[in-house]
Design a protein around this ligand. Structure first.
Ligand code: SAM
Length: 284
């Protein structure tokens, strides 16, 4: 007998991974959570049937969502992370001794509990003394913050279900307000390739651009996400990730990474022409 996990990337495209067994399945207050074991990607978990994290390729996503901003401004001390229940983003942030405080706001406590049990590879640093966990809606949490953070990372699900509010103008405006004068916002920015994802990408870009003077998009190759071509947003009040990249300072830290390096940093902002055109013509 063969067992396969299948995700619909579009109505006409399916992506499947052969699984050895299902380790967990439950419905939380917010979403369905499943954990599988597979030969190719190791343990992986899904929310409402959509891929979140696999042991084999999570390093790409977590390197790229953290290190680009950290290499642009090595003085980042106070960070807000929204979503990110698997802990991978926090794990990468805790590698910087210079970071003093990380507030992580995850709506679904069960995601964190499940990841602590089944995905210690990503959840291993959630007990770091600099990390404060808040189990709340990120949309509401940022409403009350002003001039507080050097970096806000939005590591969310897609813009439907609990994640919907994290792609709204209200949310981006409040992130702007929550950031200090030289603050940076990094967000998972969907994919440019399939139409539905591309629409989400364009809408997010258009909305973020309304608030931030610096607003760029960068890319990575993530095999288990739809089309494998994934984007991140870099928005900031002051720093440009290409002009202000502090290559020497980041390399002097001696952090060992599997995907990110300062060459990738410079290259990842070079986007294919069709993606540039989609971003330029994006409508709300
Ligand atoms: N790397 C993943 C991806 O892009 O597929 C995202 C990882 S992380 C698991 C996303 C988390 O965002 C989920 O655990 C989900 O519960 C959380 N989330 C969704 N909406 C949220 C909200 N409004 N406030 C806080 N967390 C939220």
């Amino acid at each position: 007998m063969e067992l396969w996990y299948t995700e619909e990337h579009t109505e006409n495209v399916r992506f499947s991974i052969k699984v050895d067994r299902q380790l967990y399945s439950n419905q939380s207050e917010f979403q369905r959570i499943d954990v599988f074991e597979s030969r190719e990607f190791g343990t992986f978990f899904t929310l409402d049937g959509l891929m979140m994290v696999t042991e084999k390729d999570e390093f790409i996503y977590h390197d790229m969502i953290v290190h680009v901003a950290m290499a642009t401004n090595p003085k980042i001390k106070n960070v807000l992370v929204i979503g990110a229940g698997d802990g991978g983003t926090v794990r990468e942030l805790t590698r910087y001794d210079s970071i003093e405080n990380i507030d992580m706001v995850e709506i679904d406590k069960l995601v964190v509990e499940v990841c602590k049990e089944y995905l210690p590879q990503t959840a291993c640093k959630l007990e770091d003394p600099r990390v404060n966990l808040f189990f709340e809606d990120g949309l509401k949490f940022v409403r009350t913050k002003e001039n507080a953070y050097d970096l806000v990372i939005v590591d969310s699900t897609d813009p439907f279900g609990p994640g919907e509010g994290l792609f709204t103008k209200e949310f981006y405006g409040n992130c702007y307000k929550a950031l200090k004068d030289d603050g940076i916002l990094v967000n998972q920015h969907e994919s440019p390739y399939y139409e539905d994802y591309a629409q989400n990408m364009g809408r997010a870009h258009k909305r973020i651009k309304e608030f931030f003077p610096v607003c760029r998009v960068y890319q990575a190759h993530i095999p288990t996400y739809p089309s494998g071509h994934w984007l991140f947003g870099f928005a900031s009040k002051k720093y440009d990730p290409l002009v202000d990249l502090n290559e020497q300072a980041w390399n002097d830290l001696g952090l060992k990474t599997q995907y990110y390096n300062t060459e990738i940093h410079k290259g990842c902002f070079a986007l294919p022409t069709y993606v540039k055109e989609l971003l330029a013509s994006a409508t709300d």
